[in-house]
Design a binder for this molecule. Structure first.
Ligand SMILES: NC(=O)c1ccc[n+]([C@@H]2O[C@H](COP(=O)([O-])OP(=O)(O)OC[C@H]3O[C@@H](n4cnc5c(N)ncnc54)[C@H](O)[C@@H]3O)[C@@H](O)[C@H]2O)c1
Length: 318
């Protein structure tokens, strides 16, 4: 299939682009490199530098590539920043996505896969299914939920088929592609940077949550397992108008448990600094991914936290 990957130079987009190439698809990447990396784009993929903020640039890319499907990864992703600058998040995550949807309508692209997030859900002690209570704890999650709702209407009115994939915490590395955000805000790379001496310590934000060790609990899912879900979700649209599913391993790990895993994997000292809670952090988010397993035939291949941390550690040492 001829596919345009918007945001395909980023962490999850580049791994997914690589997996799409390996699955025999013809891939073009559209990215403004604001947080992505040119060298993460697979050699076999065409690279188009462009900004989704610019309607003419995304129009020209779609006209040139004539994709059968678009995968849309481009977004601002830092929940903490969204609580300081909501306008920036609405503009980028909602407004620029509207540019893309508008172009899909005009150029008759009828399949879209969208990167959504666990951050649309309220914290829960039980595994979170697609029917769990939706209540974003931060503005980032709200912008993703807004796009999900937009997609429903574009599907209904314009016949666009779409898959919404709600990732829990993406992590780990796939070969030469891994997490390299600047600034980095995610727990595993931050902890490994502390192990490497690239930062003085790892901060724990909040030790008084209603969890067994008082720190937040998340579901860590390997980036290649997310990537493989995109390949399946794209194929699914051949016979189905839409699917929305949660993607996680179904096991929750606390911040302290992740740091323990990093200590084990690296064998290095990691200084820990405990501080107060941050606004916008939910206590516990763990996925129930039964729908993806049943409907897409998805099966995470790297569920072990130790293996995930080890793959990130290998990537960071290169
Ligand atoms: N990383 C996670 O744990 C996680 C969890 C849930 C959802 N998501 C979602 O997955 C997607 C990818 O996340 P990521 O971690 O790979 O982020 P990333 O920052 O590594 O990738 C985003 C990519 O989009 C590009 N981009 C941003 N704005 C653009 C624009 N205006 N025009 C063109 N390109 C633009 C960036 O340059 C980058 O290459 C995002 O939509 C994010 O909200 C990520």
């Amino acid at each position: 299939m001829n596919i345009l990957v918007v945001g395909g130079a980023g962490y999850i987009g580049s791994v997914t682009s690589q997996l799409l190439v390996e699955a025999g698809h013809h891939v073009s990447v559209f990215d403004n490199l604001s947080t992505g990396h040119r060298d993460a784009v697979p050699d076999q993929a065409q690279f188009i530098r462009g900004d989704l903020a610019n309607q003419a640039e995304i129009d020209a890319a779609i006209k040139q590539v004539q994709p059968e499907a678009i995968l849309h990864f481009a977004a601002l992703i830092e929940a903490g920043e969204s609580m300081k600058n909501p306008a920036k998040f609405y503009r980028t995550n909602v407004g620029y996505t509207l540019n893309l949807l508008d172009a899909c309508v005009r150029f008759e692209v009828k399949k879209l896969v969208f990167s959504s997030t666990a951050a649309i859900f309220a914290a829960s002690d039980a595994p979170i299914s697609e029917n769990s209570h939706i209540e974003p704890a931060n503005c980032y999650g709200e912008t993703k939920l807004t796009v999900e709702r937009m997609l429903k209407w574009f599907g209904q009115i314009h016949g666009i088929r779409y898959s919404v994939l709600r990732y829990f915490n993406a992590c780990g590395a796939y070969g030469t592609r891994g997490e390299a955000h600047t600034p980095e805000t995610h727990l595993i790379p931050l902890t490994l940077q502390a192990a490497m001496g690239q930062r003085p310590a790892i901060n724990i934000y909040g030790t008084d949550y209603a969890t067994p060790d008082g720190t937040c609990i998340r579901d860590y899912i390997h980036v290649a397992d997310l990537g493989s879900a995109h390949v399946l979700a794209l194929n699914y649209l051949a016979d189905h108008p839409t699917i929305t599913c949660n993607l996680g391993n179904g096991t929750g790990y606390s911040v302290r448990e992740v740091i323990d895993a990093a200590l084990e994997v690296t064998g290095r000292e990691i200084k820990v600094v405990e501080g107060p809670r941050r606004p916008g952090d939910a206590a516990r988010l763990v996925a129930a991914s039964d729908l993806a397993r049943r409907e897409l035939g998805w099966q995470p291949k790297i569920p072990s936290l130790a293996d995930i941390v080890a793959s990130a550690w290998q990537f960071m040492q290169k």
